[in-house]
Design a protein around this ligand. Structure first.
Ligand code: NI
Length: 171
């Protein structure tokens, strides 16, 4: 396994719509394993492939740690939300591509997601609470959507400007 570099705002790749994974093969499984290692090291609770420079529909997540449970790694290939709950849940979200920014975001508190697992088998998971939030956050990444998009244009521009400046300074 190898730790990968996480791409940060304002890299335009983060705005790309990721393409479906066509075949679940060893290359995809290796990428998923590397992404999990990268996510745990960060540390974070979710990571989308586009955040490590691969615009494919693949996400990894593990929300167990945050709630004092044993680790439970999830790999979702071509994930698709098939149902959303009516109730809403607010959570202060962060993103490994936007360090040190936290935004209160309201999303449906439950979500049913259909995906392929590492064996290429179709699975369906009814997610609630933090897991439902993270699943929605990561699938947003696959569609080029970021947490700053939940802010007003003014607030969003302030953050983008800050990260552009930071990128210039560290280039
Ligand atoms: Ni994120």
């Amino acid at each position: 396994m190898a730790k990968l570099a996480i791409i940060k705002l304002p890299d335009p790749i983060l705005r790309k719509v990721s393409a479906p994974v066509e075949r679940v093969d060893n290359e995809v499984r290796k990428l998923a394993a590397d992404m999990l290692e990268t996510m745990y090291a960060a540390p974070g609770v979710g990571l989308a492939a586009v955040q490590v420079g691969v615009p494919r529909r693949l996400i990894v997540l593990d929300t167990a740690k945050g709630e004092n449970e044993p680790p439970r790694a999830l790999v979702m290939i071509n994930p698709e939300i098939v149902a959303l709950g009516k109730e809403m849940r607010e959570h202060e979200e962060g993103c490994l591509s936007i360090p040190d920014v936290r935004i209160d975001i309201e999303r449906p508190s439950s979500a049913t997601v259909r995906f392929l697992d590492r064996e290429g088998k179709q699975q369906e998971l009814a997610a609630e609470g933090l897991l439902a939030t993270v699943v929605q956050h990561e699938i947003d990444h696959l569609n080029g959507r970021l947490i700053i998009d939940f802010l007003s244009r003014l607030k969003r521009d302030i953050i983008v400007r800050r990260f552009k400046k930071l990128a210039k300074e560290t280039a």
